[in-house]
Design a protein around this ligand. Sequence first.
Ligand code: MSP
Length: 502
Amino acid sequence: MPPFYVTTPIYYVNDAPHIGHAYCTVNADAIARWHRLAGDDVFFLTGTDEHGLKVAQAATANGLSPQAWTDELAPRFAGAWADLQIANDDFIRTSEARHHRTVQQFLQRIYDNGYIVSDTYRGWYCVGCEQYYAEDELAGDRTCPVHGRPAEWYEEENYFFRLSAFQDRLVEWFESDPGRILPEQKRNEALSFVKGGLQDISITRTSIDWGVPVPWDPRHVFYVWYDALVNYLTAIGYGQDDDRFARWWPAVHHLIGKEIIRFHCVWWPAMCMAAGIDPPNHVQVHGWLLVGGEKMAKSKLNQIAPGDLTVDFGVDPVRYHLLRDTPLGSDGDFSYEGITARYNADLANNLGNLLARVATVVGTKCGGVGPAPDPASRLAAVAAGVVAEASGAWEAMQPAAALEATWRLIRETNAALESAEPWKHAPGPAVDAVLGSALESLRIVALLASPAMPSTCAEIWRRLGLGGLPEDRRVPDDAAWGGYPGGLAVEKGAPLFPRRQE
Ligand code: MSP
């Protein structure tokens, strides 16, 4: 089975998870589930980023030590993902011993290879701001533009990563395969940043001790980003299990938000090169979920918890909305009106209605036993086209397009029923052919939509009288027309998606 390794960013635990985090995690989960369905060997990693100043300050503000605070917050992320039916294979916390060990090994390797050097950081520093300023950022008499008091000349010993040594190799890496960073516009932005010239970067701190100690100089800890990126290696056995590591690396797909492109597309591949391993194969960039046009942020008090939505709409409708309405790469605006409209149109009116009417008519015309599909149905060709298009879109990491294609089969099946009107005709082979084909469409839809809505699709599968679960099947083989055997008891059941007030 070909390996497929997919990751989300690890989330800062300065606050509880919101639907922006859920957006990325649900997309990664659906993509991982698709690849399992396609027969790949999948490893799906998510987790929490627990070091650094931001988290340490959140801990202090809550009267806890950083470790106690992160011990409280990490399970809230893991719990939110369990509630959303996220099927990750591992959950990494950067405060774990396994991660400290890997960070130290990996950065020691870079140090031994001569790409981490000690240097003195010199500059004008404002203690009020805890920040260095360039000369031209200071006001007259070299005063701080914020505090109006004189900046001080500071010199601080620090470790630097020699990013500048990797400019040519990075350009080569970008150009060797245009699909490494997608969408293309994001790739071009990152490439022109690299071509614009790279500065060495300071990668350790002495002002904070909540972090991974630098093995060759424990007065320092690694700056949080240098520790965080390494999580992608920790979870697959870097430095511990060479066979396991070789199985998953570099065949990785990093799914990330657009604000962290430089870390993933410049620093990270350069660090890998410096440590003597291949850079990651693929970075897929996504946009932001906005609320009222703004990015969700703690300071703006506009965060929505995933649980607030699932309580109202159910888990699968929330997953579906996140996947369907904001294609990977674009920004999207979250609103109650938006999720309600999508729910009513696609789930209540299309999918739910199709299942309900087919099950009802099978009840009245076929004694509740589903007939076999018609091999010559017009829907057979529609289904084949939809399976191909949806598969291509999932492969290209475009869940929104995959679902759009899948819903075409639902609409066409509803249209076929409306034109044949089997409810008006006497039972017989013609009615059987129409209903058997509609059941077959539903079976194929349940397969194709299962990465997005696992519970709903399992329920459809069950009501069609099929054994096991859609996720135990394989696409494309099991999605070929004619798989519904007929002769199975079809259950009507309660409406899957009762219509909601808009
Ligand atoms: N800890 C770093 C990542 C380290 S990865 C080695 C970090 N964490 S974060 O919690 O601030 O955000 C991480 C990711 O959460 C974003 O890149 C994005 O995938 C997701 N999102 C956070 N807010 C989001 C939205 N409003 N919309 C969509 N995704 C958002 O950066």
